[in-house]
Design a protein around this ligand. Structure first.
Ligand code: NDP
Length: 479
């Protein structure tokens, strides 16, 4: 099926006249053709969004809440029919991951709806008792939403719903790998009653469509989730125009396995934290740091957990993950593993392609910590496993990264857990869990090269509103 752009709520053919194929990573089948937008299409979308911004922003909070709640109800009732097959085909999601995304989308839309009523201002003291100072929060105007391929529904929802709740219009540029999910998402918001001019979707490629969108003078703010490399380019472009960009970028999260942990239980948690969606999760715990006294027992338990991972049909509920998004991603992961092994690391398990774009669950013991396998994002089903002498050493190893998105500590000792939580430099730390955790209210974001700003609940609406100081003099003729 061929899909046009959505501009101001209408299906509009691209001015470029071009379309491109969307390919399912598991089957290699073409599942649709979508418009390949260029700079003129972006221009049309942003201009339309500027028209929509005023009308949407001037609606009462209750009216914005109503639209987002209606959207949540549509997903709750029809989410499987609308999204399930497409999430499996377009992004190679296992059915359990696709269902998680749909359920989380309902949660995010409801949470965002609530935020529409909570754009609190404040007052603050003034030394002159005849003067009153207030702070208002106001929508920014038009937010460019540039989203990645790995969780194309739930991440897009998080990135678009909170700015909308705050009264902004959005122009969405989804990943070229997963544009169909974004078009369906926009359709459901329109069905829920979003004014047409408040949402547009420009599908296309990063350089041809994402670049012009980021650089467009009609954009007031950018919400970007993706790789650190692209995020830096988007951030630089935003600064050139002196407008804010909320950047959620890559990760290389550590999970600490401390000496008091049950090795089997820890192995199951760690495996889930790295192999969910084949490691294509920004918060995947791709660095496993185990106290040396537990290393042999834990390694054996993790190897056994990996060997039990079922990788069958994506529609089989037992299947834990499927293919990586494309051949380039597979080659990157395999090259990182091969290089680490060639430099002296031990392959504990995995290391090969199972079929097509699916790589076996892979664990590499003690890689050289200067190599890309340790230092760079793999975004595949591979983790490094290293030993630490004690808690201090484990924390130091966790902090030996340019990234700082999430971290986890497996221990029953809350003092050890809290020490690690205080000392690890990352946007979140989870004790007794793996590092991939979601909560629609939580501030998600990173230290260091993992990003700028936070998203989720009120943290999002704060990012996507301007703060204005208003003061009043009660004196006649006051200056
Ligand atoms: P990319 O950085 O490759 O792409 C992200 C988005 O940016 C895509 O829509 C892409 O379009 C677009 N883009 C590419 N070039 C430009 C440009 N010059 N200007 C504007 N936009 C551009 O990320 P991936 O899609 O590969 O997603 C995986 C990455 O996302 C991983 O690094 C992962 O860690 C990160 N991520 C971070 C999360 C977080 O919360 N911190 C959550 C999920 C993922 P196109 O697809 O056409 O290239």
């Amino acid at each position: 099926m061929q899909r046009d752009l959505i501009i101001g709520g209408e299906d509009v053919p691209p001015l470029t006249g071009d379309y491109f194929d969307v390919v399912a990573p598991e089957s290699g089948r073409v599942i649709g053709r979508v418009a390949r937008a260029g700079a003129l299409d972006v221009d049309a979308a942003v201009n339309k969004a500027r028209e929509g911004a005023v009308a949407w922003a001037s609606l009462a909070p209750a009216a914005r809440e109503k639209v987002l709640l209606a959207a949540a109800d549509i997903v709750a009732e029809q989410g499987e029919a609308l999204f399930l097959n497409n999430l499996i085909d377009e992004s190679g999601s296992a059915i359990t991951k696709a269902r998680f995304e749909i359920a989380y989308t309902v949660d995010l839309l409801r949470t965002a709806a609530g935020e529409a009523r909570r754009l609190y201002g404040e007052t603050f003291p003034n030394d002159n008792p005849q003067r009153i100072s207030m702070v208002f929060r106001e929508p920014m105007g038009v937010v460019a939403v540039i989203s990645p391929y790995n969780a194309p529904l739930s991440l897009l929802t998080k990135m678009a719903a909170f700015p909308l709740a705050a009264g902004n219009s959005v122009v969405i540029k989804p990943s070229e790998e997963t544009p169909i999910t974004a078009l369906t998402f926009a359709g459901l918001l329109l069905e829920a009653g979003l004014p047409p001019a408040a949402i547009s979707v420009v599908t296309g490629f990063g350089s041809e469509c994402g670049g012009p969108l980021t650089a467009h003078p009609g954009i007031d703010c950018v919400a970007f989730t993706g790789s650190t490399q692209t995020g830096i380019a988007v951030g630089i472009e935003s600064v050139k125009h002196l407008r804010p960009a909320q950047l959620e970028l890559g990760g290389k999260s550590a999970v600490l396995v401390l000496r008091d942990t049950d090795p089997e239980a820890a192995a199951a948690i760690v495996a889930q934290g790295i192999f969910t969606h084949g490691g294509q999760i920004c918060m995947a715990n791709s660095r496993i740091v185990v106290e040396r006294c537990l290393l042999d027992e834990f390694s054996a338990a993790l190897k056994s957990a990996c060997e039990k991972i079922y990788l069958g049909d994506l529609r089989d509920e037992r299947t834990q993950y499927g293919p990586l998004i494309n051949q380039r991603a597979v080659e990157k992961v395999l090259a990182q593993v091969e290089q680490a092994i060639a430099a002296g690391a031990t392959l504990l398990t995995g290391g090969k392609v199972l079929r097509g774009l699916t790589i076996e669950p892979t664990i590499v013991l003690e890689p050289d910590r200067s190599l890309p396998l340790w230092r760079e994002e793999s975004f595949g089903p591979v983790a490094s496993l290293v030993a630490a002498d004690d808690l201090d050493d484990a924390i130091a190893i966790a902090n030996d990264s340019e990234y700082g998105l999430s971290a986890a500590v497996l221990t029953r000792n809350i003092q050890w857990g809290m020490r690690a939580a205080r000392e690890i430099k990352s946007g979140s730390v989870h004790i007794g869990m793996h590092s991939f955790q979601s909560n629609a209210l939580a501030p998600i974001g990173g230290y260091k090269r993992s990003g700028l700003g936070r998203s989720g609940g009120r943290y999002s609406t704060e990012e996507f509103t301007e703060v204005k100081w208003v003061s009043v003099s009660l004196e006649a003729g006051g200056r």
